[in-house]
Write a protein that binds this ligand. Structure first.
Ligand SMILES: Nc1ncnc2c1ncn2[C@@H]1O[C@H](COP(=O)(O)OP(=O)(O)OP(=O)(O)O)[C@@H](O)[C@H]1O
Ligand SMILES: [Mg+2]
Length: 232
């Protein structure tokens, strides 16, 4: 069977020429369906750049990215955006919630673009908010919630349509340790439920919660190992 994600010799060069930045430098990476992978590295190591490639938000300078066996570079823009909508749930460090919408409305909004009808949108959104423990905050706006709660709304939004792949870029970056544990527990539950979870972090303690840890440095993969302490 084809791997979910297969990255071959992938390079990303920003500003080619004199001031060029080699953000990703010949990356090889295979991720199978259902894995729980942390991608760890220092600031500037290329983590978000890699996430943007994996999420079809940006295209590599050279190299190949196969998603479910399909060469992403051969997909049209429409096909790539369909992949983003259907296959991938994004969680960003900055939450990116819409301030004048309630938690429930924030979770419902992207479901419109997936062509899901109103009743189902509501059902899926309530389910997702329950999963992250926010059923009692559904009518609250982001400004009326704590940082950890806002991040949980962002997670609910990412998982509401049940995408098979979750891409989370520093989802605990702005949170205290109790909220971080809560978010990691949710990611863990998503993995237990069969989703593929890719978690980007600069924190060893966070990465240690994942089943596999890929370390990136200066745009190169430095190590890639299975966490022996991870229990299924
Ligand atoms: N749009 C851009 N134009 C030019 N250089 C960029 C651009 N985006 C990122 N870079 C550079 O590419 C390198 C990798 O950046 P990236 O954002 O992937 O790092 P990161 O590992 O996510 O860091 P952080 O932990 O701080 O989020 C950095 O040196 C950065 O300055
Ligand atoms: Mg980043």
């Amino acid at each position: 069977m084809e791997a979910l994600i297969r990255v071959e010799n992938l390079c990303k060069i920003y500003n080619p020429g004199e001031n060029e930045v080699r953000a990703l430098d010949h990356i090889h990476l295979v991720i199978e369906e259902g894995e729980f992978v942390a991608i760890i590295g220092q600031s500037g190591s290329g983590k978000s750049t890699l996430m943007n490639m994996l999420g079809c938000l940006d295209v590599p300078t050279t190299g190949k990215y196969y998603l479910n066996g399909t060469d992403v570079s051969t997909m049209t823009d429409n096909e790539q955006s369909a992949v983003r909508n259907k296959e991938i749930g994004f969680i960003f460090q900055g939450f990116n919630l819409i301030t004048n919408l309630t938690a429930l409305e924030n979770v419902e909004l992207p479901l419109i673009y997936r062509g899901i009808d109103k009743k189902t949108r509501r059902e899926l959104s309530i389910q997702a908010l329950e999963m992250v423990g926010l059923e009692h905050r559904m009518k609250h706006k982001p400004s009326e919630m704590s940082g950890g709660q806002q991040q949980r709304v962002a997670i609910a939004r990412a998982i509401a349509a049940k995408p098979p792949v979750i891409l989370a870029d520093e989802p605990t970056g702005n949170l205290d340790s109790a909220s971080s544990r809560e978010i990691l527990k949710i990611l863990r539950e998503l993995h237990d439920g069969g989703r593929t979870v890719i978690l980007i972090t600069h924190d060893d303690g966070i990465a240690a919660q994942a089943k596999r840890v890929v370390r990136i440095m200066d745009g190169k993969i430095e190590s890639d190992f299975i966490n022996e302490n991870f229990s299924e």
